[in-house]
Design a protein around this ligand. Structure first.
Ligand code: EPU
Length: 302
């Protein structure tokens, strides 16, 4: 199996223009700092290169996954026996003002969206301040805070399907839910975000407010994937876990944060299996005490 991959990789490298690596450790690409190797890790140079890589994996029946900033995933310790795609080259990281909308490539970081909007005196994106992630990843999971999600800004999204066809999906044709969307069937290329003019001083103040709140309440001191579970309707998962007395509970090097109980932090060399065990324990305890079933917010790459 390994040999087949290596042979394919050698051949593909001749035709693909982007950055191509084999046996790339995904822990280098996740904020959790957890994850075994991907057989192939590819960063296409442009749309044409992306399309070609899709046709190659399809022809050879190789599974494929897309990674953004790796801020909301837990990758298996055995890694991924396929191709991991990351849209991280300049062609996917453009951010421009177009017809009153900010058009941002899939690989643009949310922090860059916040900065660009601030520079242009545009308001609406301030709440994204401090959320780790790329535009592509944030759209797939409808990232946000308690009262707002990125879906609230979306005008339309440019996507490629896994056959290489490009489509523009209007916001009315996208199904966004709390921390999920139906966009995962596509590869996101870019999105147009609708913002509005505002006094730059007010924008700056708002950004600061969100940033300070996050710094005060979230555990940013150690590698993590942010909130692990979704908030059940009407509750805060963090509060429920806290009330079970689980803060500081540790399995291997995975530990429930002392600062925010919905954060599992990697305090050294945590493995995915430690995090999964801790997640099971949390679900069990919260179910026992409150009869509530917590659902993971993070995506688990098995
Ligand atoms: N709380 C506790 N103990 C804890 C954690 C929280 O009692 O260990 C209490 C807080 O004191 C507060 C309430 O629970 O009264 C809510 O806490 P917080 O404001 O931190 O918000 P959250 O509901 O836990 C959500 C999002 C966060 C987002 C914040 C801020 C989810 C699952 N989480 O957290 O998003 O940053 O609101 O708006 O929707 C993420 O998605 O990764 C994430 C961190």
């Amino acid at each position: 199996m390994q040999e087949i991959f290596l042979r394919l990789a050698m051949n593909w490298q001749k035709s693909l223009k982007g950055k191509f690596r084999t046996r790339e450790f995904l822990k280098e690409h996740t904020t959790f700092k957890i994850g075994g190797p991907a057989k192939i890790f590819f960063e296409p140079r442009d749309i044409k290169d992306l399309r070609l890589s899709l046709s190659l994996v399809k022809k050879n029946r190789i599974p494929i996954l897309v990674i953004g900033a790796g801020s909301n995933i837990l990758v298996n310790d055995d890694g991924f026996k396929g191709m991991v795609l990351r849209l991280n080259t300049p062609s996917f990281k453009k951010i421009v003002l177009k017809h009153n909308c900010l058009e941002a490539g899939s690989g643009v970081l949310l922090s860059q969206v916040v900065l660009k909007a601030k520079g242009l005196g545009l308001s609406g994106a301030e709440f994204l301040s401090g959320i780790p992630g790329t535009v592509g990843g944030a759209l797939i999971m409808n990232a946000g805070i308690r009262e707002k999600n990125i879906a609230d800004l979306v005008e339309d999204v440019k996507v490629m399907d896994y056959n290489g066809n490009i489509k523009i999906l209007n916001k009315n044709n996208i199904k966004f839910k709390y921390r999920s969307s139906n966009l995962s069937q596509y590869i996101i290329l870019s999105a147009r975000l609708k913002l509005r003019k505002k006094d730059p001083r007010k924008i700056k103040e708002k950004i600061k407010k969100y940033f300070v709140y996050r710094k005060l309440t979230h555990d940013l001191s150690k590698p993590s994937a942010g909130c692990v579970f979704k908030n059940p309707t009407g509750y805060s998962a963090g509060r429920l876990i806290d009330l079970c007395g689980l803060k500081g509970k540790r399995i291997g090097d995975a530990s429930i944060s002392f600062k925010h109980a919905n954060f599992i932090v990697n305090i050294g060399n945590a493995r995915a299996k430690d995090v999964l065990k801790l997640m099971s324990l949390i679900r069990r305890e919260v179910k026992k005490k409150f009869n509530i079933s917590l659902k993971p917010e993070i995506k688990i790459w098995k």
